[in-house]
Design a protein around this ligand. Structure first.
Ligand code: PGA
Length: 249
């Protein structure tokens, strides 16, 4: 059975002191749902966050990594470096990485391969832009993002892959996809998986929704049959809001 997951993407927010404050606040929250909980601090705070949360049920995950194992890639971090500090999951393909750092389906396919080769779990993000949706191309765009970056993989690899549908027009904008829009796209994503790998695999992969999820809308979005959780940006920076979303299941 696929898992429910709520992951907080802290993006480029929180220095060390702020990270400590947020972690302390998270530790004061009570989980009443069955969701797996993850938080993704910046690289500089990963080790500290990992140490602070190692006894908790919150997994510390990375926001990005490079595809090479090591070498002359100034400013980059490899999968094995993440693993060496205990991090076992990485977010790849976030729309901000695609838009501002030129990440493409091709480079993301290499990153996915590198993460899986290091036995890491991947939260693979994708989603259409507003112009795509206005033109009615959202399924074509999402379908090709998934195929180009993931469909070279064997079925076995999907044990370590979580998908995150994040329509770009809903990220950080306050604009959320309606629960029906989210469900329609998640059903399409599952069908895309099923057409290639079969029903059993498609049913086993968690598909998260991301884009302006808040305490006020989480329950309705998570009630949809193909929505298995959320990737949370802004609302993950407040412990109470984040746990209200975690507990929305
Ligand atoms: P948001 O960000 O919740 O602030 O819209 C979501 C994301 O980028 O993962």
């Amino acid at each position: 059975m696929r898992k429910n997951i709520v992951a907080g993407n802290w993006k480029m927010n929180n220095d060390l002191a702020q990270t400590e404050t947020l972690i302390t606040a998270l530790q004061g929250q009570t989980k009443t749902s069955n969701a797996e909980v993850m938080v993704a601090p910046t690289f500089t705070n990963l080790w500290h966050a990992f140490q602070s949360l190692r006894e908790s049920d919150i997994e510390v995950v990375a926001q990005n990594m490079h595809f090479a194992e090591n070498g002359a890639y100034t400013g980059e971090i490899s999968a094995s470096m993440l693993k060496s500090i205990g991090v076992k999951t990485v977010i790849l393909g976030h729309s901000e990485r695609r838009a501002y750092f030129n990440e493409t389906d091709e480079s993301l396919a290499k990153k996915v391969d590198a993460a899986l080769a290091n036995d890491m779990r991947v939260i693979f993000c994708f989603g259409e832009e507003l112009a795509d949706r206005k033109a009615g191309n959202e399924e074509a765009v999402v379908g090709s993002q998934i195929k180009n970056a993931l469909f070279h993989l064997g079925a076995e690899a999907f044990k370590n892959i979580v998908l995150a549908y994040e329509p770009v027009w809903a990220i950080g904008t306050g604009e959320t996809a309606s629960p029906e829009q989210a469900q329609d796209m998640h059903a399409f994503i599952r069908k895309t998986l099923s057409d290639k790998y079969g029903n059993d695999l498609a049913d086993s992969v968690s598909i998260l929704y991301g884009g302006s999820v808040k305490p006020a809308n989480a329950q309705e979005i998570f009630s949809k049959p193909d929505v298995d959780g959320g990737l949370i940006g802004g609302a993950a920076l407040k412990a109470e809001d984040f746990y209200a979303i975690v507990n929305a299941f």
